[in-house]
Ligand binder design. Sequence first.
Ligand SMILES: [Zn+2]
Ligand SMILES: [Zn+2]
Length: 187
Amino acid sequence: MTKKQQQALRTSNLDLFFNLRPSKAEMQTPTELPDEIDLTLMYDKLNRRYFDGELPKVKIEWSKRMRIAGKCFVGHKLIRLGRKYHEHFPDEIEDTLKHEMIHILYPNHGCEFKLEAKRLGTSRYAKEYPGGKSPHKYIYICPNCGQKYYRHRRIYSASCGSCSGGGYDARYKLKLYWSAKSKRRMK
Ligand SMILES: [Zn+2]
Ligand SMILES: [Zn+2]
């Protein structure tokens, strides 16, 4: 098992067991995104340019799960950026960072926020990865107990967590039950 697969296992909900073989899309190298040190440098630069360097030091980190572009946790001095969103829109990292920096001063998208957004030339609205709103795209079913599993992504060779003992068990391999693409139930 590759490192990436192990990681996928750790981050997936552990209610089913995977026999992981990455899909073609997953094997393509993901978009290179700046690391957290580069993001901090970007933050410092923007802080000097737009705020006379007066915003506090914050920690900036990527979130794998978040589907929105960014979120500012003022109390924790933390800005979290959505990896998924920026893998699709890597050119918007600075824009998102500016937006979240304004939230350090103004928590809501009110009038003051809008004025600042105009001054910094950034978007006034929260951005979200387009796929983020769909509840799920696939439903899988266990051929033994009939439990359904709702997923955003295709899964390959996973077995039911309730029926399999302590790992992947081919006898309880999940079957595709419904997919948003076909809009119909499959036998
Ligand atoms: Zn916002
Ligand atoms: Zn089952």
